[in-house]
Ligand binder design. Structure first.
Ligand code: DAH
Length: 343
C-alpha cells in the first residue's frame, strides 16, 4: 500500500477512535502520538518520499497529527464530563447531612438564660440599659449622695474627659432607667455586664455579670421578696437548697440584706469554696428605699417595692464548681468545650 492511502486509512481510523476509561485513552495517546507512535513513524518514512510528492504527503501527515490530537483531547473531555454526571447520579439526597461542628454556649450565658427562664415563669419581664452610663442612673438616682462614702464600695471606671460618664458598676442603674419610663406595677429583671476597677485574680475581675430584679406595686412585702428568692434558689440548685438572709447595707434599699445559699459543693458541711462555713453569698436585696422611688418619679406614698441583684459568676461557679473567675474570660477552648452537653 502506498504511503498516501496508508495515511488515508489512518485518518478514517482516528475519526472512529473510542475510549471508555483513562487507561484506554492513554493507550491511544501512546499508539498515535508518542515518540514511537504512528505519527512519528510516518515522519521517518517521510524522509524516503520522492521530492515532488513531499508537499502533499507532508500536509497529510500534519493533518493526521492534528486530528489524532484533537480526537484524543475530545475523548478526554467526554470521559471527564461523564465522570461528573455519574457522581451526580450517585447523589443520595435522602442521606443525613454531615454534622456541622457547632460552637458551645458560654457557661455565663447558660446560667444567665436559666436565671431569666426561672424569673420569667414568675412573671418578670426583661429590661435593658447601657453599659456606659451617667452618674445619675448608677449613683445619684440610687440614693448615693455626692461624696457619700458608699460610692467607694464600688471602684468605678471613669471616662476621663467626661467625669459624669462612667462604666456602670452594677445593674441597679437599669432600675432607674425602667422607673423613669414606666409606672407601677413594675416587675422586671435586668441581666447585664458591669465593670469595677479591681485587680484581676481568681476571686475578682474588672468585669462580671449581674441580674437585677425590681418589683414595685401597691402592696409589696419583704415576705414576698424572701419567697421569690427561695423559689429561685431551689429551682437553680435543687429542692434541698436552703437560704439565709443576713442584714446588710445598700443605699438604695431599706432594710437591706445579703442572701446566702447552702453550699452545694459540700452540701453545707463546709469546704474551701464556702470557706468552711457551709454558706455562699449569691445576692444583695432589700425593700426599695422610698427616696429611690421619688427620685425616679414614682409616688412613694402610694407604691413600695423590693429589689435584688445577683452575681451570675458566683452562681455559675457554684453550679459548675469553677474555682477561678479568670477561666470565664480566657477563651480557653478546652474549658469552653466542657459545656457542650449543657447546651
Ligand atoms: N447593686 C448591688 C451590688 O452591685 C447589688 C444589689 C443589692 C442590688 C441590693 C439590689 C439590691 O437591687 O436591692 O453590689
Amino acid at each position: 500500500m502506498d504511503l498516501k492511502s496508508k495515511i488515508e486509512d489512518l485518518l478514517n481510523e482516528v475519526a472512529e477512535l473510542k475510549a471508555s476509561n483513562d487507561k484506554e485513552l492513554e493507550a491511544l495517546r501512546i499508539k498515535y502520538l508518542s515518540k514511537k507512535g504512528v505519527v512519528s513513524e510516518l515522519m521517518n518514512e517521510f524522509r524516503t518520499v520522492a521530492p515532488e510528492a513531499k508537499k502533499e504527503i507532508g500536509i497529510r501527515i500534519n493533518k493526521l497529527k492534528t486530528e489524532a490530537l484533537e480526537k484524543i483531547n475530545g475523548l478526554r473531555e467526554q470521559l471527564l464530563a461523564s465522570a461528573v454526571t455519574e457522581s451526580a447520579e450517585n447523589l443520595d439526597l435522602t442521606r443525613t447531612a454531615y454534622p456541622v461542628p457547632l460552637g458551645t454556649r458560654h457557661p455565663i450565658s447558660l446560667v444567665k438564660n436559666e436565671i431569666i427562664d426561672i424569673f420569667s415563669r414568675l412573671g418578670f419581664c426583661l429590661a435593658d440599659g447601657p453599659e456606659i452610663e451617667d452618674d445619675w442612673h448608677v449613683f445619684s438616682s440610687m440614693n448615693f449622695p455626692a461624696d457619700h462614702p458608699a460610692r467607694d464600695m464600688q471602684d468605678t471606671f471613669f471616662i476621663e474627659a467626661h467625669p459624669d460618664i462612667i462604666l456602670r458598676t452594677h445593674t441597679s442603674s437599669v432600675q432607674s432607667r425602667v422607673m423613669e419610663k414606666q409606672q407601677p406595677p413594675i416587675r422586671v429583671i435586668c441581666p447585664g455586664r458591669v465593670y469595677r476597677n479591681e485587680t484581676i485574680s481568681a476571686r475578682a475581675h474588672c468585669f462580671f455579670h449581674q441580674v437585677e430584679g425590681l418589683y414595685v406595686d401597691e402592696k409589696v412585702s419583704f415576705a414576698d421578696l424572701k419567697q421569690v428568692l427561695l423559689l429561685f434558689a431551689q429551682e437553680m440548685f435543687g429542692k434541698d437548697t436552703k437560704i439565709r438572709l443576713r442584714p446588710s447595707y445598700f443605699p438604695f434599699t431599706e432594710p437591706s440584706a445579703e442572701m446566702d445559699i447552702s453550699c452545694n459543693i459540700c452540701g453545707g458541711k463546709g469546704c474551701s469554696f464556702c470557706k468552711h462555713t457551709g454558706w455562699v453569698e449569691i445576692l444583695g436585696c432589700g425593700m426599695v428605699d422610698p427616696a429611690v422611688l421619688d427620685a425616679c418619679g414614682i409616688d412613694s406614698s402610694k407604691y413600695m417595692g423590693y429589689a435584688f441583684g445577683l452575681g451570675v459568676e458566683r452562681i455559675t461557679n457554684l453550679k459548675y464548681q469553677i474555682k477561678d473567675l479568670r477561666m470565664f474570660s480566657e477563651n480557653d477552648k478546652r474549658f469552653l468545650e466542657e459545656f457542650t452537653a449543657a447546651n
